[in-house]
Design a protein around this ligand. Structure first.
Ligand code: NDP
Ligand code: 8X3
Length: 252
């Protein structure tokens, strides 16, 4: 039985990833800001799989909250085998000259700084154990830049660079670092991006069969459960209808 820490487990990919590991008999630490969602997921896992779950409610942008939560882990939760840095968001979609500072700061603070804060604590735990696997959830926006994606794309390019840097620095300590870069996936992502406008969010996936959260959970699980001598470093996963960030075939 492994211990997995998933950030952003209250929705979308993170929730599906937590369920996937729990279903396979692993212990999961689930995090996010929405406590009621964490409690609901804990209850569902207990009911469906009976595997241990530890909910931790914190904002990844607040380093003091991150440190407080992770440094106070109960003894039987301290050996984290797998960290999935998933918490993240896009806020807005528009030209750089019209950008909102608040959007930029939320994305930079969550997608880059939040990932760093969590990784710093957990990678030091993994170094003591001389093993571990970190999976960073990047995006096709980390591989390409698309019109109006400017700052979100920049944060995901940073995730790509950090993944490569962490992979090198943690290599001597027996820690693997991988990245999963999804394309269009229907979660709460677009609702958050468009500030709660569900109609506009729905249009993103109109006449396309998008990825679903479970598809991403499968990829993460495949990466971490592959044999010890195998190192899957990077996966790009899009719907069949998507060739790259801007080339999408829509059914008429
Ligand atoms: P969702 O909006 O469905 O889920 C996002 C999760 O991140 C929630 O659990 C949310 O929890 C958490 N989160 C956001 N901000 C914070 C914060 N400040 N502190 C703690 N947790 C936070 O989106 P997805 O599941 O789609 O997105 C997950 C990741 O995948 C993100 O990094 C996103 O950029 C990336 N991605 C998404 C794609 C897509 O098309 N859906 C494609 C490629 C990458 P809470 O609000 O409770 O704090
Ligand atoms: C989310 C996918 O294409 O909106 O990272 O950037 S996209």
């Amino acid at each position: 039985m492994k211990t997995i820490l998933v950030t952003g487990a209250t929705a979308g990919f993170g929730r599906a990833i937590a369920l996937k590991y729990a279903q396979n008999g692993h212990k999961v630490i689930i995090t996010g800001r929405r406590k009621e969602r964490l409690d609901e997921l804990k209850q569902q896992i207990a009911q469906d799989y009976g595997t241990p779950v530890l909910p931790l409610c914190f904002d990844v942008r607040e380093n003091t909250e991150v440190e407080k939560a992770l440094q106070a882990l109960p003894a039987d939760w301290q050996n984290i085998d797998i960290l999935v840095n998933n918490a993240g968001l896009a806020a807005g979609l528009g030209p750089i000259q019209d950008g909102h500072l608040d959007h930029w700061e939320r994305m930079i603070d969550t997608n880059i700084k939040g990932l760093l804060y969590v990784s710093k604590v957990v990678c030091n735990m993994m170094i003591s154990q001389k093993s571990g696997h970190i999976v960073n959830i990047s995006s096709i926006a980390g591989k390409e830049v698309y019109p109006n994606g400017n700052v979100y794309c920049a944060t995901k390019h940073a995730v790509e660079a950090l993944t490569k840097g962490m992979r090198i620095d943690l290599h001597a300590h027996g820690i693997k670092v991988s990245s999963v870069a999804p394309g269009m996936a229907e979660t709460e992502f677009s609702i958050v991006r468009y500030d709660g406008d569900e109609e506009r969010a729905k249009k993103v996936y109109e006449n396309v069969e998008p990825l679903i959260a479970a598809d991403i959970a499968e990829s993460v699980y495949f990466i971490t459960e592959s044999p010890k001598h195998v190192y899957i470093q990077d996966i790009v996963i899009t719907p069949a209808a998507q060739a790259n960030a801007t080339t999408v075939r829509r059914n008429q």
